[in-house]
Design a protein around this ligand. Structure first.
Ligand SMILES: N[C@@H](CCC(=O)N[C@@H](CS)C(=O)NCC(=O)O)C(=O)O
Length: 220
């Protein structure tokens, strides 16, 4: 049994949500940078193939060196392994159903779109159609955020007053295109929560290193 986690991740990727969870847990971990989305860094992106044949980050090696992929599963699993960090409603908690529902929703209804959005030629051969595919995917993502907004009753955090890995997940995935300005319009109450996460001093160093607030980062 090793004494630390190994995480395949990349700056500005969904892996940063897992890095945020590990930071709040205080779990020792090593990050292997694998910028899968960048064709100019093909060899570095290929590093994740050692753990994930889907060539996607995040992928986590547990201290027992089991491989976990799928961001939602990793986040839920980490919260379970580290109950002292209180990053998820426990089984039996009244908020557990909503927690699982929206974790899976972010993964399947929103995050899954980026496989096509990042490279429309994966399903649409004609380059002349790619801008339209991109626009339609962004519309769909925005609609999904609006559905989530309508289905939640946020407090300080998305599920009430306890920060959970769902907050970390949404704080990161809402940074992807169509980016935050549109997210705030579609989901204003969730917008307040993610801005609270952006400003959380426990995460300041992580955001600065791994998902910097560069000029215009939140705009289309
Ligand atoms: N279902 C996966 C999706 C992960 C994913 O799309 N990761 C992106 C980075 S944010 C990636 O590695 N993309 C490269 C690709 O799909 O080819 C998860 O939830 O972990």
């Amino acid at each position: 049994m090793a004494d630390h986690y190994i995480l395949y991740s990349a700056e500005g990727s969904g892996g940063v949500a897992v890095e945020a969870a590990l930071a709040l847990i205080g779990a020792p971990h090593e990050v292997i940078e694998a910028p899968t989305y960048d064709p100019a860094q093909r060899a570095d992106g290929d590093r994740v193939l050692a753990a994930n044949p889907m060539r996607q980050v995040p992928a986590l090696l547990t201290p027992g060196r089991e491989v976990l992929t799928e961001s939602a599963a990793i986040l839920i699993w980490l919260a379970e392994q580290h109950p002292e960090a209180a990053l998820a409603p426990a089984a039996g908690d009244p908020a557990r159903g909503a927690f699982l529902r929206w974790m899976v929703f972010v993964s399947s209804a929103i995050y899954a779109h980026y496989w096509l959005k990042d490279d429309p030629s994966r399903l649409v051969a004609d380059p002349a159609l790619h801008a339209d595919v991109d626009r339609r995917i962004q519309d769909r993502i925005s609609d999904c955020w609006a559905v989530m907004e309508a289905g939640l009753a946020p407090g300080r955090y998305l599920l009430g007053d306890q920060l959970t890995v769902l907050d970390l997940y949404v704080a990161v995935v809402s940074r992807f295109r169509p980016r935050r300005e549109r997210f705030y319009a579609a989901a204003p109450r969730m917008g307040e929560v993610v801005r609270r996460l952006d400003a959380d001093p426990r995460l300041a160093d992580l955001w600065a290193r791994r998902y910097p607030f560069a000029e215009g980062w939140d705009r289309l």
